[in-house]
Design a protein around this ligand. Structure first.
Ligand SMILES: [Zn+2]
Length: 396
């Protein structure tokens, strides 16, 4: 990023990586789980062997119940508490073998317990593993999975004491909380992750109308196994909703994986095709954007101000660029702004939008007084800005 100031030299520019991690309770998307109700995701913290473990739960909200009730019941079912702000650092778990300088161990070994599995489950989970392996990253699951008949040791429904046993297991079982679809347990310092799918539900590979799609949920849970938290990017695999079949990683999911493990520079050996046997599951192609917009092109929604720093003295200017719909933020767009204060031109800034379509600038000791931001240009791949030039004031 570059910056020039016309009047003062205290205008500083920073890029803030947006936190796309799990919240204590997310959801809110009114996706239907095939007549079972809406689906929410809950991330909690529990303790195993004196280590904090993360528990990612997907649960169904039936009619007449609130998201909060279902989230709390799901957490109780695993003896976990919800995440608090201070827990976000816990989400920084990735597999150490990818950074030890030894390429010979660069895979995650998993074992599969077929007891109680729905028809076709193994094949669907193998496809979801192959999808993550096909992303442009050194991260990989070892293929094929080994077999086990042991209950995953981190899953609290298994008999005996919850423990790290050095194995990463996937199993089907009746989970205590009736609304929980699936759960991933992972260590915060020990590299181990166990997954359980709830046999209380009807699962399928090819019946999206009346069953939960195995590959879709497995793809999400395996993202947690890889170390990825939730995303607020609509349509992403790591978005904490179940909204029907989703079997393809989005740019956001791949960016999250690459944030941990880097990329292979596009040299992915075998992009695994994901056969889709379901005619109704044809993904809707994204419409090609014709222009970029500040927010959704309705005035004022693409520039946000907040204060931070000591005593809230700094002013943060946040600009979000989309292709015109609220859902489709644009990554990698070059954005320039001009900032005025009460006495006129204050300075200019430029930057590139992050994975959430956002660039942020900080004005030190700029919180009081009146400010005006004009997005002077936003460009990406030949697209230009459809509504640049509007002035966004602060406060109000
Ligand atoms: Zn999740």
């Amino acid at each position: 990023m570059t910056l020039s100031t016309s009047r003062r030299n205290i205008l500083a520019i920073i890029a803030v990586l947006a936190l796309s991690a799990g919240l204590a309770m997310l959801g809110a998307d009114s996706a239907s789980a095939n007549g079972n109700g809406r689906v929410i995701a809950v991330t909690g913290v529990a303790s195993v062997d004196n280590e904090q473990v993360l528990v990612h739960i997907i649960a169904v909200v039936n009619a007449g119940r609130s998201d909060q009730e279902v989230a709390e019941a799901a957490l109780r079912g695993v003896n976990a508490r919800g995440l608090t702000a201070s827990d976000y650092t816990l989400l920084a778990n990735s597999w150490d073998q990818f950074s030890d300088g030894n390429a010979g161990n660069d895979y995650v070994v998993q074992r599969y317990n077929a007891i109680g599995e729905p028809s076709g489950a193994r094949a669907a989970i193998d496809l979801s593993r192959a999808t993550w392996n096909g992303a442009d990253s050194p991260f990989a699951f070892q293929v094929p999975m080994g077999a086990t008949n042991i209950c995953p040791s981190l899953v609290n429904e298994c008999k005996g004491r919850q423990a790290f046993d050095g194995n990463n297991d996937i199993a089907w079982m009746k989970l205590r909380d009736a609304n929980t679809l699936g759960v991933t347990w992972s260590g915060t310092s020990t590299d181990e992750a166990d997954v359980a799918f709830n046999t209380n539900f009807t699962w399928s590979n090819d019946d999206p109308a009346s069953a939960i799609d195995i590959e879709t949920v497995a793809l999400h849970e395996l993202g947690h196994v890889a170390g990825i938290g939730h995303s607020d990017v609509i349509g992403s695999i790591m978005e904490p909703v179940y909204a029907g079949i989703r079997r393809t990683l989005t740019a956001d999911d791949i960016a999250a994986l690459q944030a941990w493990y880097g990329s292979t520079g596009g040299a992915t050996a075998t992009p695994e095709p994901t056969p889709d046997t379901t005619p109704t599951a044809t993904p809707t192609p994204e419409p090609s954007p014709t222009a970029l917009y500040v927010g959704t092109s309705s005035a004022g929604d693409g520039v946000a101000y907040s204060t931070s720093g000591r005593n809230g003295r700094d002013l943060i200017i946040e600009v979000t660029i989309t292709d015109g719909s609220a859902a489709n933020t644009v990554e990698g767009a070059s954005v320039s702004i001009a900032v005025d204060d009460e006495s006129g031109s204050y300075g200019t800034g430029s930057g590139t939008t992050d994975a959430n379509g956002t660039v942020r600038w900080r004005i030190k000791n700029g919180a009081s007084g009146t400010w005006f931001t004009t997005v002077t240009s936003a460009t990406l791949s030949g697209l230009s800005c459809g509504d640049c030039g509007e002035v966004f004031g602060y406060p109000g």
